[in-house]
Write a protein that binds this ligand. Sequence first.
Ligand code: DX5
Ligand code: ZN
Length: 224
Amino acid sequence: MQVSPSILTCDFTQLSSELAFVKQTGADMIHLDVMDGVFVPNLSFGPPVIERLRSVSDMFFDVHLMMQYPHRLIEAFANAGADLINFHVESDSPVEETLAAIRHFGKRAALTIKPKTPASAVFPYLDKVDMVLVMTVEPGFGGQKFMEDMMPKLSELRREITRRGLSVSLQVDGGISAQTAPIAAAAGADIAVVGSALFNAPDAAALVNEIHKLHTTDAEPSLV
Ligand code: DX5
Ligand code: ZN
């Protein structure tokens, strides 16, 4: 299982050294949570911050847009240095057009579903995405409790991806730790977003290493 640390709970006064810290844990990519204060009841950062981070990091940028109108800023996030642009199927942007815009700028494309959204909401787009993210908390804040009842949805998606012979990564985000990552891997997830558990870990590299050893059921395509 791959690891994508979310910097939402890091020390924002020291972003450059926090990125260097993430890299030395051996993590595979870095998860950047963009919140617009409309789609979710919180605000974080946008293209100008990502552009600055790009200049101090060569890691793969996995950008999670929690935005009502993501299509308005696809070009800005692409130019800022995102490697993968991921938006919510529940947003008010046209899904096909937004995916096409992400492709147009040569970026990997992904779709996210919130806890109350069924897996079938992304079935029509599975052949047009590199990754699907299944939220295991309500989006908006780090440090929430992992929702184990999302596991059947993860398995349903993994089965559908396998049945159609597609190469789509399955990511989980929210409350992932050394205790919950194995549950998500067993249900079919191959990328774990880890926020507070990583930044609070006594040995973050050991946690990444532990998650790396988890084997995902069925296919294991690699994004990075
Ligand atoms: C939640 C964000 C997550 C969050 C993960 O809205 O999308 O990426 O920061 O943080 P933890 O791992 O603390 O749940
Ligand atoms: Zn996220």
